[in-house]
Design a protein around this ligand. Structure first.
Ligand SMILES: [Zn+2]
Length: 341
């Protein structure tokens, strides 16, 4: 699933390609947007794109005259940018397309995303879930920095005290933009047990979270999805025992995420994975896989003994369900998480 840094990279690429250009054609397949366009067939044409921005995992496109598009990529969505001059002719509409925005020079195509909306007026008024979002992990220059006070205030709300920190970091109303790879990496960096109750967090642990969240997000944005620093990447490059597939960049991007059964880069203990309950809706428990180092993060949860094996093995689920999604246009390579939660 694209997380905050991946969505911001899409937003920045769209902003660079579309800004100040007029919209010359539009197609939408999501129900509400399609209906809106049928009712207002000419309203948007000729209006210039003003800005494309992201807040957490939501992407907002501002069009001249206070019109706005909103997209959320969920699990498999992605934006594609195509230069019309490089296309042989009219590009047929793919069945996975959810929306297509066209300027004189560019096609911006939204693929496989379930959410694409159109509305006049302030998007934070029209889409209440935007209003509820927590502070963005990637603040824009010139705007408020990562709002530590808002983050800790929301994290420490009375209703949250019994919740685990591993679950809370995925709650977009607490902090916007963290998904499964960032939460595992942030918790490792702060040496925090994912099952620690929020009410039990010490002030210095809260401080570490506040500092590490924007730092990891920025690193992932700058590097196209990696959370590791260069020194650790070099160690992995030189030591085949630290990776599943030597020489493959996707295996050298994180400290713990998708490194199950491999040695921890800090202490040498074996990285583990477990399903963690992240939400309970009507007695239905939603879980996500959390990756962690039992020693560095001082976990107390019961773990099955490790099978004795000379070689580290990738967890069984990985071959079938962990897909590597590569988008050549915007995001260099991002490892997508298929666990739904
Ligand atoms: Zn460790």
């Amino acid at each position: 699933m694209p997380e905050g840094p991946e969505v911001r990279r899409y937003a920045d690429a769209l902003n660079a390609a579309l800004c100040n250009q007029p919209l010359v054609a539009i197609m939408a397949r999501t129900k509400a947007a399609k209906a809106w366009l049928l009712e207002h067939p000419q309203t948007l044409l000729g209006r210039r794109f003003e800005r494309v921005r992201s807040h957490g995992k939501n992407l907002i496109i501002d069009l001249e005259g206070d019109f706005h598009f909103l997209s959320h990529l969920m699990m498999w969505g992605r934006w594609q940018l195509l230069a019309k001059s490089e296309l042989p002719g009219l590009l047929p509409i793919d069945r996975r397309e959810r929306a297509r925005l066209e300027t004189p020079d560019t096609l911006a195509i939204l693929m496989s995303a379930p959410v694409f909306d159109i509305a006049p007026g302030d998007p934070y008024e029209n889409f209440p879930y935007l209003r509820e979002l927590g502070p963005d992990i990637l603040p824009y220059d010139g705007e408020a920095t990562f709002l530590q006070s808002t983050f800790t205030e929301r994290l420490l709300a009375k209703t949250q005290r019994e919740r685990t920190i591993g679950a809370a970091l995925l709650d977009q109303t607490v902090v916007a933009g963290i998904g499964n790879y960032l939460r595992a990496e942030i918790l490792f960096e702060c040496r925090l047990d994912p099952w620690r109750r929020i009410g039990a967090l010490a002030p210095e642990e809260l401080q570490c979270l506040s500092a590490t969240i924007p730092l990891m997000a920025r690193r992932a944005y700058d590097s196209g999805g990696a959370t590791i620093e260069d020194e650790s990447r070099e160690r992995m490059r030189g030591d085949p025992s630290l990776v599943y597939a030597p020489g493959r960049d996707w295996g050298m991007r994180h400290y713990v995420f998708r490194r199950t059964n491999l040695p921890c880069l800090r202490c040498g203990d074996t990285i583990r994975q477990l399903r963690q309950t992240t939400r309970v809706i009507d007695d239905d428990e939603k879980t996500r896989i959390i990756y962690f180092c039992p020693t560095c993060q001082n976990t107390s949860i019961e773990l099955k003994p490790l099978r004795k094996s000379k070689r580290a093995e990738a967890p069984r689920r990985s071959a079938a369900s962990d897909a590597l999604v590569v988008d050549a246009f915007v995001v260099d390579a991002l490892v997508s998480d298929t666990a739904i939660g």
